[in-house]
Design a binder for this molecule. Structure first.
Ligand SMILES: Cc1cc2nc3c(=O)[nH]c(=O)nc-3n(C[C@H](O)[C@H](O)[C@H](O)COP(=O)(O)OP(=O)(O)OC[C@H]3O[C@@H](n4cnc5c(N)ncnc54)[C@H](O)[C@@H]3O)c2cc1C
Length: 539
């Protein structure tokens, strides 16, 4: 919601572009068959389109609205998402605009009980977290899409029907000129929490709703506090409740405050009530200057997911597949990983580089990641908003103890997101027990300094990479037909040590930067056979 007198998209800091529906000559091709349709040009659909395009695969992106998402949504983007954006070649504007951060502070009844620092250091190319408003995330993805001839975007085009057949699915779309249908061999459903694709196919999200409601308010003000996440437990401005405060670019501050059991949600979102509540929080944090309300909404946490992320040729990614509590900042971050995961797999299959069975590894890998998020997010949701009197007593006891015993403050550590390890996946190979360190198959590759740059700078964009230390092995791999890219690193080196790698060791990385296989004694033959297996190629 925006203050009275301001239109839905009348933002204080962002100018919404307006995109036209297909018109003129572009309409002639609307009904043609396509290989991939992506429903929803939110951030997840856009990342999927860019990932497919990186694989050389064209897609049609269908979006109901005429602009980016309005209001304020995701603000915290994790390191792993920046690594994905980097591998897609689009991270530069994100880095320029966003605010990187490592530190959070928690306060109980006005006194600091915890300062946590997320893992960071000179070995890392990206900070653990960046704050950036979702509008900019979408705008920067759009810059890349607009310039990419492999992606056809149809704005103001709402999916109204979908029917699966033996060759894919037929989609019915309505736009301002009327309605038409077209056939797609594959459909990526990226149409968000209220997915039309999901409901058209009779699928339902399953899971849990949490107690407790929050008002999410964005405020513009000049406020002199670094980019450090603040959590206020039981503050004087909201006794018994929790308040979160985040700095964003353009002097925008995100203030999330919990409503008390006695507060009527409908009343709580009235503009005058929001203004009073925000003013009380700002007084508590010592902001005496002017401020303006940008936007607000009401929110309660859910852990909901589809039982299966695939129905035949239709694959669910992002919020259409899962809804997670915002406090773990995993909704969009997970959606970006979904899109990247299915993007390289579908791209490899359609480009003839992998067998179609590779697609089957998407649902278990990414649903596994969602269930892991649920486990973590449920813990933090219970801490932020204790669901019962018993939880409340336990939580308050821990917070009270933390005033005098710092170890108890750790309980207030939100444990920010780390990438999920696909340990059980059919698209990773068993580990070599000879490793005492480094990421196991299924885990995301770690970052390391290599010369003046980073290991990730040496990895293929969109393809497999063999990271090795023996120049003779590197040459043998490069001579293979359909060879992966090779990053041959010095040995011994700090990177080799972090990877637990002997001189003949090698890591085979998938295009999504997860480890597919590793060996202490790699040969060209083992690497070639592993590539065939990871790509489900018949040999
Ligand atoms: C207040 C708030 C704060 C959040 N903070 C964070 C955070 O800090 N970090 C984080 O990782 N996540 C956060 N999230 C979650 C994040 O915003 C979502 O996970 C993310 O937007 C999901 O992206 P998506 O592309 O899957 O869906 P959406 O962003 O919802 O995009 C779906 C798109 O599909 C389009 N669409 C829908 N139906 C149709 C149809 N029938 N035909 C065609 N198009 C259609 C919609 O118009 C929309 O553009 C937050 C969410 C909220 C509400």
């Amino acid at each position: 919601m925006r203050p009275a007198g301001r239109a839905d998209t009348a933002s204080l800091y962002f100018t919404y572009p307006q995109f036209a529906a297909p018109e003129g000559a572009a309409r002639a091709g609307l009904a043609r068959d396509v290989a991939v349709a992506i429903v929803g040009a939110g951030p997840v659909g856009m990342v999927a389109a860019l990932t497919l395009a990186q694989q050389g695969i064209a897609s049609v992106l269908i979006e109901a609205k005429d602009s980016f998402n309005d209001g304020s949504r995701a603000i915290c983007i994790a390191r792993q998402s920046y690594a994905i954006l980097d591998s897609l070649g689009v991270v530069a504007p994100f880095l320029e605009k966003s605010l990187g951060w490592t530190t959070g502070r928690s306060f109980y009844r006005g006194r600091q009980i915890l300062e946590f620092h997320m893992p960071d250091g000179p070995e890392e190319k990206f900070r653990p977290m960046y704050n950036l408003e979702q509008q900019f995330i979408e705008a920067y993805l759009w810059q890349a899409i607009e310039a990419n001839p492999l992606i056809e975007t149809r704005w103001q085009s709402r999916l109204e029907g979908i029917e699966i057949d033996e060759a894919g699915a037929r989609l019915t779309v309505a736009d301002p000129e009327g309605s038409y249908s077209f056939h797609a061999s594959w459909v990526l459903a990226a149409d968000g929490a209220r997915s039309a694709v999901r409901s058209q196919l009779g699928l339902r999200l399953q899971g849990q709703n949490f107690e407790g409601r929050y008002v999410i308010a964005d405020v513009q003000m000049e406020h002199d506090y670094p980019t450090i996440r603040r959590a206020l437990f039981d503050p004087a401005c909201r006794p018994g409740a929790t308040v979160l405060i985040h700095r964003q670019p353009d002097n925008i501050w995100r203030i999330d405050y919990q409503l008390g059991d006695d507060e009527d949600p409908a009343e709580a979102v009235r503009e005058d009530v929001v203004r009073d509540s925000v003013a009380a929080v700002l007084a508590e944090i010592g902001h005496a200057g002017p401020w303006e309300l940008e936007w607000w909404s009401i929110y309660s946490a859910n852990t909901l997911a589809l039982e299966d992320y695939r129905k035949g040729p239709v694959i669910f990614i992002g919020d259409s597949a899962h809804i997670v509590p915002i406090f773990g900042v995993r909704g969009l971050n997970n959606g970006i990983a979904d899109a990247h995961n299915i993007g390289w797999k579908l791209g490899h299959v359609l480009a003839g580089k992998a067998g179609v069975a590779l697609i089957d590894s998407y649902p278990p890998e990414r649903r596994g990641a969602t269930l892991d998020v649920f486990a973590n997010a449920s813990k933090s949701a219970r801490f932020m908003t204790p669901p019962t009197r018993g939880w409340q007593i336990l939580r308050d006891a821990a917070l009270g103890l933390a005033l005098t015993h710092p170890f108890a403050g750790e309980l207030a550590n939100p444990r920010q997101m780390t990438p999920f390890t696909y340990a059980e996946s059919p698209a990773v190979l068993p580990d070599d027990p000879g490793f005492a360190a480094g990421p196991a198959p299924g885990a995301a590759m770690i970052e390391a300094r290599v010369g003046a740059g980073f290991l990730s700078d040496r990895l293929a964009r969109g393809g497999f990479t063999l990271v090795c230390f023996d120049p003779a092995l590197a040459r043998a791999i490069e001579a293979l037909p359909g060879a992966p890219a090779v990053a041959c690193l010095p040995w011994p080196s700090a990177a080799a040590e972090r990877l637990g790698a002997g001189q003949n060791a090698a890591y085979l990385l998938r295009p999504d930067l997860h480890v597919g296989a590793r060996w202490q004694a790699a040969t060209a033959e083992t690497v070639r056979a592993a590539l065939d297996k990871l790509c489900f190629r018949e040999v």
